[in-house]
Structures are given as C-alpha cells and as structure tokens.
Design a protein around this ligand. Structure first.
Ligand code: PGA
Length: 240
C-alpha cells in the first residue's frame, strides 16, 4: 500500500484527482469504478474543473458504481443514482450508455445482483475509487462479509445506517438494504484509490493498514492488492 498523508480534505481530493487526470490523459477510454458518500464529492469537483479547462474528457470513459440503496427509488434525492448525476455526470460529457449503477428496482430485485455482476465482467476497472466506513466497510461490504463475494444484496450494518442518517430525516428513513459490488469485484481492479477524511475514520484506517487481514475488517483485504493508494488527511491518518 502506498500511503499519502495530506494536511486537509482539499488536498486529499487534489491528490486523487491528479492520479485520475493523468489516467484519463493516458487512456481516454478508461474504466472507472466510482464511489458515493461525502468523501469523493471534492474529487468530483476537481474532475469537473479539469473537464471545464479542457484537460480531460469523459466521452470515452466507462463507469461502474460500487453500490446503491434498496428501498428508495432511483428518483429519490438520496439515491446514489441521483448523487452521481448531481455531483458528476450532469456536469461532464459522460455518455449515459457508459454509466453503470446497480439497478434497485425491487420488482426484479432477485435478478439485479446477477445482472450487475455480469455487466461488471465485461470490463476490467482501471481505477476504483473507494471511501471507507467507520466500521471498515468498502462499498457496502459490511464486517463479516465473505471476501469471495461478488455483487450481492446486503443488509446494512446498524453503524452504517447511523453514519448515513445525516442524509435523511430520521433513522427509519435510512434504507435497510443495498446492492453492492463484492470484495472480489473490487479486488479485480487494476488500481485502487482509497480516500478517508476525519477522525471517525482513524481506527478503521489503522486496522486496514496494520491489522490482521480479516473479514471482520473488510478494508484489510486491500493489504493483499498489488496497487493501492491510500490518501488520508491528518485526522484519518492520526493512528498510522
Ligand atoms: P463517507 O462514506 O464518504 O460518506 O464517509 C464512506 C463509506 O461509507 O464508504
């Protein structure tokens, strides 16, 4: 693991965007694995700026998102579908047909994980962006998830629902289920950039970097990946 410690959240986003901009310049048809949550928002802003300055284009980019809630519609403001269009896709020249976000239509929910997994296997992700949960989850692979899992439907950890309550009016509104890429899908990416900011992440970052590789700490599997860049600010990196 390459670890980059920065002074601030803005610097995390700057470093991550430098890697991505370089990637898109070298390979305009890159396949990107994208994440949601608070952490990547500043990265997406930097990428939008690079696009506006004609440094990069997303015309040839193919994207796969890590996960999506189940139990809220794609039109719900907190769906990851809405998040991606609001924070990135509507502001760059991505082609709709190149965008992949797990489908959460509950009328066909039994088929969605298998369908997304099949789609994922059409490409190899060049760079996968990850955040990390305070409980060590990556994507929505919660503690205890088998490392061998491919895309599946997960019951969210209570800690994750509490952490994400800030986006909803109350805990009852936070979805209980989600569809997520599995650890095995994530580990197939050629390169992984994990971004973490804030003291709530310090324990998880410590265990990910120095702890035992165990399904109880999903992010610890990244110790076994050959090309991981971890970018943290002072607070998230305070224990490493
Ligand atoms: P956050 O979420 O960026 O909103 O902290 C990270 C995650 O849960 O993976």
């Amino acid at each position: 693991m390459q670890i980059i410690k920065t002074k601030s959240y803005i610097e995390i986003c700057q470093k991550a965007s430098e890697i991505l901009v370089e990637q898109l310049k070298q390979k305009p048809k890159s396949v990107l694995g994208l994440a949601t949550g608070s952490t990547p928002i500043g990265l997406y802003q930097k990428l939008i700026e690079a696009y506006q300055q004609n440094d990069i284009s997303f015309k040839g980019v193919i994207s796969y998102n890590l996960d999506e809630y189940i139990g809220i519609d794609r039109n719900h403001p907190q769906s990851y579908y809405q998040y991606m269009y609001k924070n990135l896709f509507s502001k760059v020249d991505m082609k709709d047909e190149h965008i992949h976000i797990p489908n959460n239509d509950i009328s066909k929910i039994d088929q969605q994980a298998g369908a997304y997994n099949k789609d994922l296997k059409k490409h190899t992700i060049d760079i996968q962006i990850l955040g990390i949960g305070s409980n060590g989850h990556i994507g929505f692979n919660e503690p205890g998830t088998p490392f061998g899992n491919e895309t599946f439907i997960v019951e969210l950890d209570e800690q994750t629902r509490k952490d994400n309550m800030r986006f909803f009016n109350n805990i009852d509104e936070v979805p209980k289920y989600a569809i997520t890429m599995g650890i095995k899908n994530i580990m197939r990416s050629k390169q992984i950039i994990l971004m973490a900011s804030g003291k709530e992440k310090a324990n998880a970052i410590y265990k990910m970097v120095h702890g035992e590789v165990t399904e109880e700490m999903p992010a610890s599997i990244l110790q076994l990946h050959p090309n991981v860049v971890v970018i943290v600010d002072q607070q998230a990196g305070s224990k490493i």
